[in-house]
Design a protein around this ligand. Structure first.
Ligand code: NAD
Length: 399
């Protein structure tokens, strides 16, 4: 029987847990796994040790979890990653492209690392394991709620004895998983919603939520569903068109990202200065001038700007429940007996496997390594500096 260990999250403000009691019960159903949960691991997400024990888990100290578990589950990389013993399989959202030094460290330690953020999402077999989608969905939902809370007016049109209120005008920039959920949630709250994405194909997705589509002229036709980085001229044209459009809205939620590329700037200082006092901007994607992660600031002109790159963590029950199901699906599909299959021809496994047998094995990371440490760090910093500002600082401080 393989022991699966669940570690308490150590990243600042992180409230999710990698496996919920429901996940424990699902995992134990097949009889292949023993589950050992670090004491208090689920507490920030409102799952207490007793609930884990009732679901069939054992509770132990952090050291015991490290010592006794063949497989270790986390949401984000643990601060004490150096304590992971050799031979263990570490599974989480490890962001190896944002932090390749972590991958090297894990390889040197002889740890096998599997990162859910590298999953090939369009393969139907991989969809139950798609933690990026499950977490983006939660983040998009919370973005709309956060906006409604920060906004000084009603979202819906209300007809009362004291008169009629107009609905809030909400614009969502970037209509991937998080953006579409933000549109749908803001609409359920009664706002008048408008969406925009650089991909042509996203227009139909925006319309399917009942939102209007913001027209800015040309868009991209992409084969894989992912946006490409815009050239400087295109980006400048887009920013100028958005700078004209954004001030018409009471609330703007930004979620735009480019995989392997820099997050586009979509809300400029000029746009912020032209918005009405009382307007609210929620930045999930790293798209707003001057927005800082996990910070709520009010401009001199009275616009509230909230940097919110890790909103899934603020809805910890829903986010952990969905994440746990992703992890259970991954274990069932890729490591049915808790071990890596000896022939690793599985395309999903090949895509998520970062380190194995003392080597960094993921092709994208190996490509980056070829350029040497300086080039690699520069590339990766360029890619992620907007999105991962705070988490990078935390990682550097704690190692
Ligand atoms: P993401 O987080 O990478 O980016 C969010 C959105 O930002 C994307 O829609 C992207 O087009 C948009 N964007 C990027 N640059 C922009 C710019 N300059 N201006 C405006 N918008 C910009 O996206 P995601 O949520 O991970 O989804 C990416 C794609 O993957 C989508 O097509 C989505 O439907 C697809 N997807 C498919 C599956 C599946 O097949 N199961 C699962 C998840 C996502």
């Amino acid at each position: 029987m393989t022991t699966v260990g669940v570690l308490r999250e150590t990243a600042g403000r992180e409230r999710r847990v990698a496996l919920t009691p429901d996940g424990v019960a699902r995992l134990r159903r097949g009889g292949e796994f023993r589950v050992l949960v670090e004491t208090g691991a689920g507490r920030p997400a409102w799952f207490d040790d007793r609930a884990y024990a009732e679901a069939g888990a054992e509770i132990g100290s952090r050291q015991q979890v490290y010592d006794e578990s063949e497989v270790l589950l986390v949401v984000r990389p643990p601060d004490d990653v150096a304590a992971v013993p050799p031979g263990r399989i570490l599974i989480g959202l490890l962001d190896p492209l944002g932090d390749p030094a972590l991958a090297e460290m894990l390889a040197d330690q002889g740890v096998t690392a599997i990162s859910l953020d590298l999953l090939p999402r369009t393969l139907s077999r991989a969809q139950p394991m798609d933690a990026l989608t499950s977490q983006a969905n939660v983040a998009g939902y919370k973005a709309a709620l956060l906006a409604a809370e920060a906004y000084g007016g009603f979202f819906p049109m209300l007809v009362t004895a004291a008169g009629t209120t107009r609905p809030a005008q909400v614009l969502v920039l970037g209509a991937g998983v998080a953006g579409l959920q933000a549109l749908a949630t803001a609409r359920r709250l009664g706002a008048q919603v408008t969406g925009y994405d650089v991909r042509e194909a996203a227009r139909a997705d925006i319309a399917s939520t009942g939102a209007a589509v913001l027209e800015l002229g040309s868009g991209q036709n992409t084969d894989d569903g992912y946006a490409r980085q815009l050239g400087d001229d295109e980006a400048a044209r887009q920013l100028s068109a958005l700078t004209a459009a954004v001030p018409r809205f009471d609330v703007v939620i930004t979620t735009a990202k480019v995989p392997g590329g820099r997050s586009p700037l979509l809300v400029s200082d000029e746009a912020l200065a032209a918005m009405k006092p009382g307007s609210v901007v929620i930045d999930l994607g790293g798209n707003v001038a001057g927005a800082a992660a996990d910070t709520r600031a009010v401009t001199d002109h009275g616009v509230t700007v909230i940097g919110a790159p890790n909103l899934a963590s603020t809805v910890p029950v829903a986010a952990s429940t969905a994440y746990a199901r992703n992890v259970v699906a991954l274990l069932g599909s890729l490591l049915p007996d808790g071990r890596l299959p000896s022939d690793s021809t599985d395309e999903v496994l090949a895509a998520v496997l970062v380190t194995h047998d003392g080597e960094v094995v993921h092709p994208r990371l190996r490509d980056v390594q070829v350029g040497g440490v300086d080039e690699r760090d520069a590339q990766v910093r360029g890619v992620h500096e907007r999105d991962f500002q705070e988490s990078d600082v935390q990682k550097k401080e704690t190692r």
